[in-house]
Design a binder for this molecule. Structure first.
Ligand code: SF4
Length: 341
């Protein structure tokens, strides 16, 4: 395993992108489409038809304009999400233009991997640094049951991403009891074999509250117990394999690097939040688990300069909540595919 993968964090710079709780928020997750070529159980409700109208999607120029304004304010890290971002044909061009903006230090992509086989190298060449690939199972039938998709295309995508030489490729698995707990160990072995960090993520009721039930909700503590039946988990508190909230462990015998993301059970989950989101239809959303949104699209389409866009981004930052409402009163009004994970 390469030492380069783990580094101690340096003290954050004092920046204009501090929220009212003193958190440095310099990471913008940019959803570039609400469309997707898969139908994941926890993201897209059965028979979903609520797609945004294409004209309501931000154009490539508008996306890049928001990134430029945000970078001017002190945002440094950007991740393209969806829906499935790679269903949008102009992704490499968007990345190339973003990479040339002063202040943009990092560009990542979160994808279901099904199109990476073809796009990994062009994305790497355009300036993408890291790729997060959703991989909820290694049994083709279980994978299809969860996503409706073809596992082989995703595995080919992961191989292509590794070959393309990204700074980091990570695997994301959403935990669902009664659906994929038997897949966790095969996923750990797969991650160890390919030298890729695996993150195990608690379900969040982003799309519908019915997606999360007593029966299927698996806390990360339960996943850890399942892995402890097979290997020893060694805490790695100094590991920062990216900019997210994962708590990492190294498995003693397999050498696998496993991160746990417990948004529901970790009561301190939001304390170090560093992000905001931009939806495909131009809303800036300070928190995944709170309904607050501010519309940037009107300003992007009607304001000649960037002052209004900057002011709207700044006001979103000032209205960022301390934490999500998933454990409380959160009633979804937008599916995950329209927010971007
Ligand atoms: S749920 Fe909201 S506050 Fe918590 S980490 Fe996510 S975006 Fe930040």
């Amino acid at each position: 395993m390469s030492e380069k993968a783990c580094h101690l964090i340096s003290p954050p710079p004092a920046s204009a992108t501090q929220d009212t709780f003193g958190r440095v928020v310099d990471y913008l997750r940019v959803s570039i489409t609400d469309r997707c070529n898969e139908r994941c159980l926890y993201c897209m409700p059965e028979g979903y038809k609520g797609w945004e109208r294409k004209p309501d999607h931000l154009t490539a120029e508008e996306i890049v304009r928001v990134v430029r304004v945000a970078a001017g304010m002190g945002f440094r890290k950007f991740r393209l999400t969806g829906g499935e971002p790679l269903v949008r044909a102009d992704v490499p061009e968007i990345v190339r233009t973003m990479a040339a903006i002063p202040g943009v230090e990092h560009i990542g992509i979160s994808t279901n991997g099904s199109k990476l086989g073809v796009l990994a190298q062009p994305l790497r060449d355009a300036g993408v640094g890291t790729v997060n690939v959703s991989l909820d199972a290694l049994d083709p039938a279980v994978y299809r049951r969860i996503t409706g998709g073809d596992l082989n295309a995703v595995l080919a995508g992961i191989r292509a991403a590794v070959a393309a030489g990204f700074e980091r490729v990570k695997l994301n698995c959403v935990l669902m009891r009664g659906v994929n707990e038997h897949e966790l160990w095969p996923l750990v072995l797969f991650a160890a074999e390919h030298g890729l960090p695996l993150r195990l993520i608690e379900l969040m009721p982003v799309t519908t509250t019915d997606v999360l039930t007593e029966k299927n909700f698996m806390p990360v503590s339960e996943a850890m117990e399942l892995l402890r039946l097979k290997d020893e988990l060694i805490p790695q508190p100094d590991w920062r394999l990216g900019f997210g909230p994962a708590k990492y462990y190294q498995l003693k015998h397999t050498g696998a690097r496993v991160g746990f993301i417990g948004a529901m059970t970790n009561l301190h989950f939001c304390e170090t939040c560093n992000k905001m989101r931009l939806t495909a239809d131009g809303k800036v959303r300070p928190c995944l688990g709170d309904h607050g949104e501010i519309d940037l699209r009107e300003a992007l389409r009607h304001a000649s300069d960037d002052v209004a866009v900057r002011e709207l981004l700044a006001s979103a930052l000032q209205r960022k909540p301390l934490e999500h409402q998933f454990r409380g009163s959160y009633q979804p009004c937008r599916p995950m595919t329209a927010i971007g994970g």
